[in-house]
Ligand binder design. Structure first.
Ligand SMILES: *Cc1c(COP(=O)(O)O)cnc(C)c1O
Length: 431
């Protein structure tokens, strides 16, 4: 999806057939017309769906319970860290640090800081994976948790994850799984079995909801038994086929989202999981990994690949070797737009200079992957022969190069009621 063709069709994260089905399910009047103030007795079907989705997600990631409330991955991270904090405090343990690898998504340190923790960075080794020696040196009784995504943002599987879990748990800290990369091994391996205590999932990355379309997302969080008392309330409980919201949870961190989360996303995810089945989800992950490796092989020799393969569901290339021509990762991305491709993420992760992160997903055909590789080759060729032409791209789209920095500054100027001069510092507006 992150590299899907932008014309003539715009694809989303599941097979077109099931995507349409999931949208149709979410639009059913019985779901779409619900009011959050309705009496429990009149929304038994919605509660049953939430209950069943929770059970399905527990099975997929290997945890004991899940809260469906968080509205995004970052919100899920924050929710989980608050639970981990409440857990430590309930034991009279005031741990103040959260460890985050240098390859982590920016939301990881942000969530930790927002929860009141000091963020301590753990370095990657030369192979792009977390350095156990550096981890060892940062672990202490002050550490509340290590946040990790596996495969990491370089698309590399953290092979020493069982050792990492043992080291973290030996100091009394917890292990948090950033589940944004769950696409790589659904139905193949489970973070819960690797030793993770809390896990977020991005329903808008892994379970069909279109990502980046401007709509709402959902970032459910799964936890192992130790963290269950701290789950946000209400939870959905079932007894004799009757479903209820449980607000009587004395150790709960409280509500983290108005009402019960973005319910429409939950309907889409549940429909998708049922339509795919366990085997289908496994196949989706295997296909996503195959697509990424197939494409990675074609990119070898075109762009620099700083880490050894094979990769998981994504890989990171670098455009640094185009620097002599004055061509940057941004120019490659714009060139892809000109050639009808949705540009991949650039300049992330931060540990790779001029990074270009490609995640083809399971939905793209071999023909699309080949066309993408051909477009990349053409762009790199053009960078060598006529970099000025590349700098002028895209020219066949409604807009060309946008003045992003200027726009950000002028918006700030507008919002603060100041002139159009660059506003580089935030000031309180006097009303
Ligand atoms: C997308 C992403 C997140 C944050 O998820 P949002 O739903 O965008 O808040 C966190 N970590 C990684 C690795 C991601 O790719």
């Amino acid at each position: 999806m992150r590299s899907a063709r932008i014309r003539p069709t715009y694809r989303v994260s599941a097979s077109p057939r099931s995507c349409a089905t999931n949208e149709a399910a979410a639009a059913l009047p019985g779901f779409a017309g619900l009011h959050p103030y309705q009496d429990e007795e009149t929304v038994q079907g919605a509660l049953e769906l939430m209950y069943r989705l929770e059970r399905a997600l527990c099975a997929i990631v290997g945890v004991d319970r899940v809260t469906l409330q968080p509205a995004a991955g970052a919100h899920g991270e924050w929710t989980a860290l608050r639970m981990i904090q409440a857990y430590h405090r309930s034991r009279g343990d005031k741990r103040s640090e959260v460890l985050v690898p240098d390859s982590a998504h920016g939301t990881n340190p942000a969530s930790a800081a927002l929860s009141g923790f000091q963020v301590v960075e753990v370095r990657s080794g030369p192979d792009g994976r977390i350095s156990l020696a550096d981890l060892e040196s940062k672990l202490s009784p002050q550490v509340a948790a290590l946040m990790l995504t596996n495969p990491n943002t370089l698309g590399l599987f953290e092979r020493e994850i069982l050792d990492v879990a043992e080291m973290v748990h030996a100091t009394g800290a917890m292990l948090y799984y950033d589940g944004a990369n769950l696409n790589a091994f659904m139905g193949v391996a489970r973070p819960g079995d690797m030793g993770f205590d809390a896990v977020h999932m991005n329903l808008h990355k892994t379970f069909t909801t279109p990502h980046g379309g401007g709509g709402p997302g959902a970032g459910p969080v799964g936890v192992k038994a130790d963290l269950i008392p701290f789950l946000p309330h209400p939870t959905v409980e079932q007894s004799d086929g009757h479903y209820t919201f449980d607000f009587k949870r004395p150790k709960s961190i409280g509500r983290v989202r108005s009402f019960y989360g973005n319910f429409g996303m939950l309907v889409r995810a549940y429909t998708y999981i049922l339509a795919m089945g366990g085997d289908g989800l496994t196949q989706a992950s295997l296909d996503a990994v195959l697509s990424a490796n197939y494409l990675r092989k074609q990119v070898e020799g075109v762009l620099d690949l700083p880490h050894e393969g094979p990769c998981m569901h994504e890989f990171v290339a670098s455009a640094h070797n185009l620097a002599p021509q004055g061509v940057k990762a941004l120019d490659v991305a714009k060139g892809l737009l000109e050639r009808d491709f949705y540009a991949p993420t650039v300049y992330f992760p931060l540990v790779v200079a001029e990074a270009i992160m490609v995640e083809p997903t399971e939905t793209e055909s071999k023909a699309t992957l080949d066309a993408f590789a051909a477009a990349l080759k053409e762009i790199v060729e053009q960078a060598r022969t006529d970099p000025a032409a590349l700098h002028a791209e895209p020219h066949s789209l409604p807009v060309g190069r946008l003045d992003e920095v200027g726009t950000a500054r002028r918006i700030t100027a507008y919002l603060t009621g100041q002139s159009e001069d660059p506003v580089l510092r935030w000031k309180r507006v006097q009303k």
